[in-house]
Design a protein around this ligand. Structure first.
Ligand code: APR
Length: 167
């Protein structure tokens, strides 16, 4: 599996699946959740409504609707509460469960945003360390390429450093 980091708007990426940093309602929000729902159109929230709620650390897969991506994998990251409330384990589950759903849906390429590092307040460096470690250790049947899609050049620099160190 090839891992790479880019600076982009995840809604524009031509990959098989993009991952959404959702909330437990799956009914949309701000940040990347809002951007994905805006770009996907109203069919996405209708599909999410039929799925129902998603617990923290778990993931659900839908179609991509008007997005270039074939699928959206919605995962609910932990809210940062200082690091001793199970946040690292929940964040690791988000990445692992998202990869498992994308792999099972025959996705060869998957793009992740920096889950939980915006509204949910997870510090970027520890979150990115969990992201790279979890993706690197995932035994994929179909996924060949994972893109860490950073919305700021500062975030990109952290991912590039972590990827270089783990290469
Ligand atoms: N493409 C890629 N990344 C983006 C985009 C975009 N279009 N928009 C925002 N981001 C980045 C943010 O800059 C941040 O680095 O996604 C990362 C995650 O931030 P949030 O979207 O705030 O997600 P999170 O911290 O996981 O909080 C989730 O916010 O929007 C609500 O409904 C959502 O309640 C949930 C909470």
């Amino acid at each position: 599996m090839r891992l790479e980091a880019i600076h982009a708007d995840i809604t524009t990426l031509h990959v098989d699946a993009i991952v959404n940093a959702a909330n437990t309602s799956l009914l949309g929000g701000g940040g990347v959740d809002g951007a994905i729902h805006r770009a996907a159109g109203p069919g996405l929230v209708e599909e999410c409504r039929r799925i129902g709620r998603c617990p923290v650390g778990e993931a659900r897969i839908t179609g991509g609707h008007r997005l270039p991506a074939r699928h959206v994998v919605h995962t609910v990251g932990p809210v940062w509460r200082g690091g001793d409330a199970g946040e690292p384990a929940s964040l690791e589950s988000c990445y692992r469960n998202s990869l498992a759903l994308a792999d099972a849906a025959d996705c060869a390429s998957v793009a992740f945003p920096c889950i939980s590092t915006g509204v949910y307040g997870y510090p970027l460096e520890p979150a990115a360390t969990i992201a790279v470690r979890t993706v690197s250790s995932f035994d994929a049947a179909r996924i060949e390429r994972v893109v860490f899609c950073c919305f700021s050049v500062g975030d990109l620099a952290v991912y590039e450093r972590l990827l270089a160190a783990s290469a």
